[in-house]
Write a protein that binds this ligand. Sequence first.
Ligand code: PA5
Length: 435
Amino acid sequence: MDQIAGIRLDPSGTAAFLAEADLDALAGPVAAVAAELTAGTGPGSGFLGWRDLPEQVEEADFAAIEAEAARIRDLADCCVVVGIGGSYLGARAVLEALGGPAPGAPEILFAGTGLCPATLGRVLDRVAGREPALCVISKSGTTLEPAVAFRLLRAHLEQRYGAGGAARRITAITDARRGALKTMADEEGYPAFVVPDDVGGRFSVLTPVGLVPLAVAGLDIRALVAGARAMRSACLNDDLRANPAHFYAAQRHALYAKGFTIEVLSSFHGGLGQLAEWWKQLFGESEGKQGKGIFPATAVMTTDLHSLGQYLQDGRRCLQETFLTVRRTRGELVVPGQGEGGRDLDGLGYLAGMPLDEINQRAFEGTRRAHVAGGVPCTAFELEEVTPFTIGALLYLFEQAVAVSGRLLGVNPFDQPGVEAYKQEMFRLLGKPGA
Ligand code: PA5
């Protein structure tokens, strides 16, 4: 497939497993699902706001977010993003992909991503003695993990700066009307941004949920949204073979039907590891319903070839693999020669002068060949470079793909009823009133 918005889908590693007819048979169902999404007539139609976000984010939205980010940068040397699931994974994915905050921007820390006291304790230790800000994100405003972390971090700020001083260091991102966080923001006077009603957590990276922390980190949120916009146009293409999101959705669905029920997203760029975590939530929470769904797993290569590699090559044959590769990263990194008269003691003379990008690319190609030969159908997304633009495009591609893929399975991709079960049990054990 042609490169679109800096991303090229290469399905060659699935050819041995799927006939053209398998994909042709899905062209009609994919078109029907896409039409249903456009018309907003399917299940979860109240949560389709993510589809038009790239077109809808306006200059005034960017300006408000950038102004708040500049204010935070002026008063803080670190910013703790408090949130869980869709309320932090997108920002973290983009932040790590782009190599962290821009020079001079605050360090971004994450809290409320679980209930482990040791992890939260480490964040509290890290902010002690520094000038922290908090960006607390919860659409419902009632999720236990971020609420507990926020209570502890807020107490820390209030002790150091007093109630008024703490309030100036807190930005809330939550529902426009409901929830405890909304009430607190109103009463304490925290600057607040809204998570739109019609955008679910895991689809919210292009709302203030993702954009505020990324702007605090000094990253180019306009380019991120522009990339998503470019991919959105491609995702409107009716031709299955020219629409990367729809083709990817069709292909993984056809493979699922043939028994490839686990998908491993394997990244050959270390910085995309957190993006894979975002993908894992997006696909797992959207598809795993009613006894159905492809189980999403992740790997970072070549690291995981030395841990999961054996299983991928030779374990139970229910795996499909999707690679993320990047064509150009740090071009200046080249394997040095041994110098004048040097001996080839490490045996790497055959690589002397070769850019690391090229070695990594060969490692990817070798892995794909081996895995295909071992019975794993492999798709690849090749990014020309990792930039805010290409990452924005990739995020949108996966969002559109999971919406189509979920509907092909016959589930509602926009709800998550299953996550309530553990909460009920936990709240009962914790003695929450009414649980
Ligand atoms: O995708 C989702 O909807 C979830 O992962 C939520 O983002 C997560 O549970 C956090 O919810 P909230 O933002 O309401 O605290």
